[in-house]
Design a binder for this molecule. Structure first.
Ligand code: GUN
Length: 313
């Protein structure tokens, strides 16, 4: 039996197309993000007239890690463009944990604030788990609180972690049915790998999570219908490992010496074998921020006692 990316028997016309196609189709996160954000902008205008206020997102940045500064700036900019009010709290690196917990308590009580985001990583003297647990789960727009992770685990998703949620939107947009697919995730972080496994399981895939102790990464990748690369290691996944027709999602983002961005996957070689692939940049990155906006809007709906209407797709 010839297998497609979907492990179904396929007809000869499809087979010829697959064999002759040298280049994967692009899962275009930039284009989908633009469409979703346009929809959100209109939705927020309507929400403002109904409730007399726009959704609000509080962003806490501790210290001056340059990458975190850029991420936070991009998040605030994205908020402003769609009409979400951002409340910025930039704190020095030596801020005490007690101070941050006090601030989170205030933001939990502030009716103008629908979402709270503490940019990670935080300095070493601060315990990120204690910080995350202090956030009201209904305002946890990162979806990292154990309540929200637990909700996803037991198949009643509430606020969902943004990067995995964005990957699922990309797959959904491309019309990819995940039932019975062999999905292999590379990386088992709390922010991406683990919640990605929960999302794929919820969508009916058979899921393997590989990590730093996995013995033979190549053999796992070679049998995967879907690869999600979230190891944070530039070029870890060789293009030749990708099964013909597989779907490749690259969560990695690394800056090369020439200033260009690249991912965890060797894109050029992988795109000759994959059926679908995300580019870096322009794939998962913009979707992460878009799902943060989505979660902030969802939190607003719940705070004003509205059902979330429609989707932004
Ligand atoms: N640091 C890197 N990615 C993220 C993210 O999605 N959310 C937060 N809070 N911190 C991050």
């Amino acid at each position: 039996m010839i297998r497609t990316a979907f492990t179904q028997p396929i007809n000869p016309v499809t087979i010829r197309t697959l064999m002759s196609s040298e280049t994967a189709k692009i899962l275009d996160g930039k284009a989908l993000s633009d469409r979703m954000r346009q929809y959100m902008q209109k939705e927020i205008e309507a929400m403002h007239s109904r409730h007399g206020r726009a959704p609000g997102l509080a962003v806490i940045l501790v210290g001056d890690d340059p990458a975190s500064r850029v991420y936070v700036k991009n998040k605030k900019l994205a908020c402003e463009k769609v009409g979400i009010i951002s409340f910025s709290h930039e704190l020095p690196a030596d801020t005490t944990q007690q101070h941050i917990l006090g601030l989170i308590g205030e933001l939990n009580r502030d009716p103008r604030v629908d979402g709270i985001l503490v940019q990670l990583p935080v300095p070493d003297h601060i315990d990120s788990e204690t910080i995350i647990i202090a956030i009201d789960p209904g305002k946890d727009v990162d979806g990292f609180h154990p309540y929200n992770i637990g909700s996803l685990t037991v198949r009643i998703p509430a606020l969902r972690p943004c990067t995995p949620f964005g990957c699922m939107k990309l797959l959904e947009e491309a019309g990819i049915d995940l039932h019975g697919q062999e999905a292999v995730i590379v990386g088992a972080s709390n922010m991406v790998g683990r919640p990605m496994a929960l999302e794929l399981l919820l969508a009916g895939a058979t899921v393997t999570v590989t990590h730093r102790f996995t013995r033979d990464l190549k053999s796992h990748i070679e049998r995967a219908d879907i690869v999600v690369a979230a190891a944070g290691k530039q070029g870890l996944i060789q293009g030749e490992w990708i099964r013909k027709g597989a779907i490749v999602i690259d969560v990695g983002i690394h800056r090369l010496e020439n200033g260009k961005l690249t991912g965890d996957v060797d894109f050029r070689a992988a795109s000759k074998r994959a059926s679908w692939i995300t580019p870096v940049p322009g794939g998962v990155g913009p979707m992460t921020i878009t799902m943060l906006l989505h979660n902030t809007i969802a939190a607003f709906h719940s705070h004003v006692g509205e059902q979330t209407v429609g989707d932004e797709g």
